[in-house]
Ligand binder design. Structure first.
Ligand SMILES: NC(=O)c1ccc[n+]([C@@H]2O[C@H](COP(=O)([O-])OP(=O)(O)OC[C@H]3O[C@@H](n4cnc5c(N)ncnc54)[C@H](OP(=O)(O)O)[C@@H]3O)[C@@H](O)[C@H]2O)c1
Length: 335
């Protein structure tokens, strides 16, 4: 059946108050993945309006071009830079990083690992990993590893830097992180069936990626604290926010349009979905080791800060995630 899903167009309630409370980001450099739509787009627009130099890491497409034009229009004084980065390919991430490093000799103040896909078919990337796990976690793991010297540099020069990951309430659905989802088994990880209520392969793979995002934050936080780094690691979750995430899933056959339309009435606008991300990027009150969202399991509302949760912030999960992620990218990541 043709995709007939259209977003419900929910009212924004809290975004302006949060935005107006944030300090200037002049003199800072922020790199964000996945800014062609949704939460990444509004996070990018906000950061540019707060005065930071902004690097937009997106895979090349018409969506990337038109969103860049839209951002350039709405932030006419913005210092915006487009960088090609397809998170389905480690080579693309490496070449994006070489451009980032040429452009950021004074370091990066914030790396925001935002981009993501949800409940797509069981497909392998060019590198052999699950398309969701590589896009949502493994390529961000590689990007973070590559950017670490630039983050350290900014933290030395300007007294702090941040790594911001983007998780989801779907992390609870995963319950336990499983090794096989981090291995070169793309295309053989549960098939194309499943729906949001009953689970199934598509949704299990998504939930694993979002648990990986939270566990990665826990690993970074622990390692950065042990090395006395001034880099903070934090993770946002947006609750349920209308964006192109759901449209893409509906188009791929992972959710029915009728059900999605009904479900999204319980969510919040794209702008309000950006609150957690924006607090992690720019709010001085958010400490390393925080999960920021509308309640730990909340679907909408103001973003509050919580400690990371023990079901992934524990030695077994953290060791496994780190070892398997290093194996996947074929490099050690030492902090
Ligand atoms: N919306 C929600 O309710 C919700 C809930 C929980 C978590 N999240 C998380 O929020 C984050 C942002 O999602 P969103 O809701 O804003 O969805 P969205 O509107 O679909 O935005 C996703 C972004 O990720 C980019 N992306 C996808 N695949 C990519 C690739 N291979 N390389 C580079 N960029 C890629 C997309 O770019 P293209 O134009 O190239 O596709 C787009 O810019 C995701 O991590 C998602 O898991 C969202």
């Amino acid at each position: 059946m043709k995709n007939t899903y259209t977003k419900p167009n929910l009212n924004t309630k809290y975004f302006d108050d949060l935005f107006n409370s944030l300090p200037s980001m002049e003199g800072k450099t922020v790199a964000i993945t996945g800014t062609t739509s949704g939460l990444g787009f509004y996070a990018a627009e906000s950061v540019a309006k707060l005065g930071a130099k902004l690097l937009l890491l997106n895979r090349p497409s018409e969506r990337a071009d038109s969103s860049f034009a839209k951002l350039s229009d709405s932030c006419s004084n913005g210092d915006l830079h487009k960088i090609d980065c397809n998170l389905q390919s480690f080579e693309s991430v490496k070449s994006a990083f070489s451009k980032v490093s040429e452009m950021c000799t004074d370091g990066i103040d914030v790396l925001c690992n935002n981009a993501g896909v949800m409940a797509l078919k069981d497909k392998a990337t060019i590198d052999g990993f699950d398309v969701q796990m590589q896009t949502n976690h493994l390529s961000h793991f590689l990007l973070t590893k590559l950017c670490m010297p630039l983050l350290e540099k900014a933290s030395q020069l300007r007294n702090e830097a941040r790594i911001v990951n983007h998780s989801s309430i779907a992390r609870f659905q995963a319950k336990k992180l499983k090794e096989k989802f981090l291995e070169k088994k793309g295309g053989n990880l549960g098939g194309d069936g499943g729906n949001l209520i009953l689970g199934g392969g598509r949704w299990e793979r998504y939930a694993q990626t979002k648990l990986a995002n939270a566990a990665f934050t826990a690993c970074l936080h622990e390692k950065l604290q042990k090395s006395n780094s001034k880099i903070r690691a934090m993770v946002a979750h947006p609750g349920l926010a209308e964006s192109d995430l759901q449209s893409t899933t509906v188009e791929d056959g992972g959710m029915g349009s009728f059900f999605t339309k009904y479900l999204m009435k319980f969510g919040q606008s794209e702008k309000d979905g950006t609150l957690g991300l924006l607090r992690c990027i720019a709010d001085p009150k958010i400490n390393s080791g925080s999960m920021v969202g509308p309640g730990l399991k909340g679907m909408k509302g103001k973003a509050k800060s919580f400690p990371l949760e023990p079901f992934y912030d524990n030695p077994t999960v953290k060791n496994m995630l780190w070892i398997k992620s290093c194996e996947a990218i074929g490099e050690n990541f030492e902090i």
